[in-house]
Design a protein around this ligand. Structure first.
Ligand code: ZN
Length: 933
């Protein structure tokens, strides 16, 4: 009622004329239809609420609202509304607030704690409440979680959230007020405020509304990439490890509120997408109820969209399989989790030419999200009772359904086990501990192999299936999560169709959306067993969450140390056997303490120290060393031993041995900017700086000159397109890099950077990418970029026979599977890896052939390489066999280290992080072959 409709209409008319005038640039000159949408047709509206457009000074889609401006609007509404409660959940890395807005009728808001209690009861059938179950279902509001802009550059989502907020607070439309009586709408207005603000500030400065695809405003710079959070993580891949503050804050709130519906609003498709989702569907979800509810919400959205004549698509592209996405994650936690993708905005800016010449606007994108959000709220409210009933059933079947129990054995890797337990608890999963030894008759180990009669030691962790989130537990802990046969058959069909096609013909796309395996015991290096045998109640005790989190951060059990004073010795030594000891070593070396190590085991004070252990000699360090080390040992949770004599009591070398060498302070740079991938760069920074305290300088490629390189002894090239690396590193730059390596530099290449290094022209390794002769031949055919290229390629393929073989040996792209790698214990990169096997993630189709000049530290060899996930039959395993996953390539005094895949991938693959730390910490100090004694 307060909205002056005629003023508003004239604004709209002005806008239409303006956009028509604008459309003159469009030769087809079709009208855009965005002006047809009215955001304010659900009146009457309450007069105390200012329209967002009046508050901001621009219409929806005319300008990007900054997070700061949004906060002022929120304060304004917060003062006036009896339908709104604002919760400040926490802070982002850039100190912005993560909000959760609870919107409902004043009556519901007055009893929020009580309602939360009721929902928690519904979600846990173990609590004695059979008597009042019907009462609960009859009286409890449904909770709908609407999340916007997890990808901060998907601008339509953020703007739509503003319109939804206004609508729910200000409209007195009957449908809305009824819905507010029945539902609590939780709005997470911006799941990624830091990324949003980067993008909005940049786009507001450069966005002119040019629809031409080549306009600057459609080229978001590398450094902005608002999709990612401050740490350059993709938050919508983060919910397996829940490694980022934004994810930790939001998942904690989710587990506290128990929502029944979650819609996660994105924006980067050509037409609008809402579920039903594509295949595969995670098999741990209750299939009937999952299908039923996405169908109900899908149909409601479809009806709303049909009213406006908007196209949309379902059942394509966006699946419900990988549990690190909000839709799948929330579904595995009992909600109807849905991804909504809108078309306008984002990198398409304010305006964008569609393929048919019409103009798509940001306003279009906002209107569609707005419409889907409201349809979702209304549908949830109408179906409140039946959705709550199915919510309850989800948990009943979770507890009764699966009989699978998991045991985690801490003895082999206590810190990793503690980390895994802390992660499971972030997921809401309950863990107990055995108080005495027990045995399992039949079960499966973490590699998926059956066993019989296994002894489980006292102090092992138990994840029982009789708990609310057992579906999530199973998804994270099983060695494999199966994809539906229908989906797999379809992929094989695409493959066969493609094999029949000519080399220049366009190929059918495979439908894998993400990695196909993520089993945490494999990814984190934790000994684990599963069984269907019930857990005997008398031998387990529940453990306290806080206690667990503390032990995860300090290390656990035998690594925990209470020592504060070390006895006097000639030296002090500690093993390199945990993340904690690596953190301590980094700290000591970077602080200027003289730390020595050895590539061989040594003996001191009657004790064996495995290779890579750290030694601090009394003579070369400050006088107060025993006190300082004692303190650090306690602080870091590391056992440091005092060594009373340099004399070894047997044939093994002692601490004075010639095999002991000093560790140099690592001067580490990571390439920032193109051609590295932002997420690979982000992961390296997060992992090395925040998790291990390594001093790291991000350097752009233009600054990687001779003068800069001489300040460094480690340079990391993140994963990126090999061809782009080739384009950026010209002969001169490459020459500088090679010169620096041969003077002692350590060049660490990840993923695509390794693929680039394996190009013969770089002369950085003798390894090659499997099946690339074909590529070289193609380049040759097209003329070659330089004489040198032609010469090199001519040298490389000696005849057509070899070329044919290369074609046949071309690997098909692997979406991401777990493979058994063999560990070479002779190279320093494998320090800390005692097993002969290491489960690794393999992705893509660039497999590294063995180097015949360097050390092949991780290789794929022997039978049964596949552990879990999707492999192409008759291709992946055959071609992988004989290749390397990690190469240490010495060049004069330095070395090039090639990683086939990303160590620490998404903070899930923590078992491979140590390889990278070894490269950085020990790499620059490796004795080289020219050093005589
Ligand atoms: Zn997105």
């Amino acid at each position: 009622m307060s909205v002056n409709r005629s003023t508003y209409l004239s604004l709209i008319l002005l806008w239409i004329f303006a956009s028509r005038a604008f459309a003159q640039a469009n030769p087809v000159n079709l009208p855009t239809n965005s002006h047809a949408f009215d955001f304010y047709e659900r009146g009457p509206y309450r007069s105390e609420f200012v329209l967002p457009s009046d508050f901001f000074g621009y219409e929806p889609g005319e300008f990007l609202t900054t997070f700061a401006l949004y906060e002022s609007l929120l304060r304004e509404y917060g003062h006036r509304s009896d339908r709104l409660r604002i919760f400040q959940l926490g802070k982002t890395p850039e100190h912005r607030t993560i909000y959760l807005l609870a919107i409902s009728s004043p009556a519901n808001l007055a009893h929020l704690d009580q309602i939360k209690g009721q929902l928690a009861k519904l979600a846990d059938p173990r609590k004695p409440n059979d008597d009042d179950l019907e009462d609960l279902i009859r009286t409890t509001p449904i909770v709908v979680w609407l999340s916007y802009s997890i990808h901060g550059n998907e601008s339509a989502a953020f703007e739509a959230g503003i319109q939804v907020l206004y609508q729910l607070l200000a409209s007195d439309d009957q449908a809305i007020t009824k819905a507010l009586d029945r539902a609590i709408i939780l709005i997470n207005p911006c799941q990624n405020p830091d990324g949003h603000e980067r993008f909005a500030t940049w786009y507001n400065a450069h966005g002119d509304g040019r629809p031409e695809h080549y306009a600057y405003e459609h080229e978001e710079p590398w450094s902005i990439d608002g999709r990612l959070n401050h740490n350059f993580f993709d938050l919508n891949r983060d919910l397996i490890s829940i490694s980022q503050p934004e994810s930790q804050i939001a998942t904690r709130a989710f587990l506290e509120w128990h929502p029944q519906v979650l819609a996660d609003h994105h924006g980067q498709t050509k037409e609008y997408f809402f579920p039903p989702a594509a295949l595969p569907i995670n098999p741990n979800l209750p299939s009937t109820a999952t299908t039923k509810w996405v169908q109900i919400f899908g149909e409601a959205n479809a009806a709303a969209f049909d009213q406006y004549g908007w196209p949309y698509f379902v059942r394509e592209m966006f699946d419900l399989f990988y549990p690190g996405y909000w839709d799948t994650w929330s579904s595995l936690h009992g909600a109807t989790g849905m991804t909504y993708e809108t078309d306008g905005g984002g990198r398409l800016g304010y305006r964008w030419y569609r393929d048919d010449g019409t103009v798509l606007t940001l306003r279009d994108g906002i209107a569609k999200h707005f419409t889907a959000s409201l349809a979702t709220v209304l549908t949830a409210a109408v179906n409140r009772e039946s959705r709550l009933r199915d919510y309850r059933s989800f948990f009943e079947s979770s507890i009764k359904g699966s009989q699978r129990r998991f045991y985690l054995i801490p003895n082999t890797n206590p810190p990793a086990t503690a980390e895994l337990c802390a992660l499971l608890q972030r997921q809401g999963i309950e863990i107990a501990r055995t108080n005495r030894e027990m045995s399992i008759e039949k079960g499966t180990d973490r590699y998926g192999r059956d066993f019989s009669n296994k002894t489980i030691p006292a102090g092992s962790y138990v994840i029982d299936s009789a708990q609310p989130y057992s579906r999530m537990a199973k998804t994270l802990l099983d060695f494999e999560t199966a994809e539906s046969p229908e989906f797999l058959t379809r992929q094989e069909k695409h493959r066969r169709a493609n094999e029949k096609k000519g080399t220049e013909e366009s190929k059918e796309d495979f439908e894998f959306y993400d990695v196909t395996s993520w089993s945490l015991p494999l990814a984190m290096g934790v000994e684990a067993y599963s069984t269907d045998e019930p857990v005997r109640g008398d031998i387990v005790e529940p453990i306290d969450n806080r206690q667990m989190a503390a032990s995860a951060s300090l290390g656990e059990g035998k690594n925990r140390s209470d020592q504060t004073q070390l006895s006097d010795g000639v030296a002090y030594a500690f093993e390199a056997n945990s993340p904690q000891s690596m953190r301590l070593a980094v700290y000591l070396i970077q602080s200027g303490y003289r730390v020595d190590t050895s590539n061989d085991m040594f003996r001191a004070s009657g004790q064996n120290f495995p290779r890579g252990s750290f030694i601090l000699l009394k003579e070369r360090n400050p006088a107060e060393l025993p006190q300082i080390l004692g303190q650090f040992a306690a602080q870091y949770g590391v056992t440091v031993r005092s060594v009373s004599s340099a004399l070894s009591d047997d044939d093994d070398p002692g601490i004075g041995s010639e095999k002991i060498f000093p560790l140099k302070i690592p001067k580490v740079a990571v390439l920032a900017g193109e051609p590295g991938n932002q997420t690979s760069y982000g992961l390296l920074r997060f992992l090395l700086e925040q998790e291990y305290g390594i001093d790291l300088i991000p350097v752009p490629i233009s600054n990687l000159t001779k003068d800069v390189l001489r300040h460094l002894n480690v340079l990391i090239l993140p994963n990126g397109e090999a061809s782009e690396y080739k384009g950026e590193l010209d002969d001169e730059r490459l020459g500088d890099l090679r010169g620096w390596v041969s003077e002692g530099g350590v060049l660490i290449c990840i993923g695509g950077a390794s693929e680039f290094a394996a190009n013969p022209e770089t002369k950085l390794t003798s390894s090659r990418i499997l099946g690339t002769i074909e590529k070289a031949a193609d380049e040759d055919k097209s003329g070659g970029s330089s004489d040198k290229t032609t010469e090199e390629t001519a040298k490389k393929h000696k005849g057509s026979g070899e070329k044919k073989e290369a074609v046949e040996r071309k690997p098909l792209e692997v979406p991401g599977a777990i493979v058994r790698a063999h560990v070479n214990h002779d190279d320093f990169l494998s320090i800390g890896y005692e097993d002969d096997n290491l489960p690794l993630l393999v992705q893509g189709n660039a497999f590294l052939e063995r180097s015949n000049t360097g050390a092949n530290v991780l290789t794929f060899e022997g039978a049964e390489l596949k552990i879990s996930g999707f492999f192409w039959e008759g291709n992946t395993e055959d071609l992988l066999r004989g290749t390397s996953a990690l190469i240490d390539e010495p060049i004069d005094k330095g070395r090039v280290i090639l990683f086939d895949s990303e160590p620490g991938f998404r903070m899930i693959w923590t078992s491979s992080v140590r390889l990278l730390l070894n490269a950085i910490l020990y790499g620059p100090s490796q004795p080289n072959k020219d050093e005589g004694h």
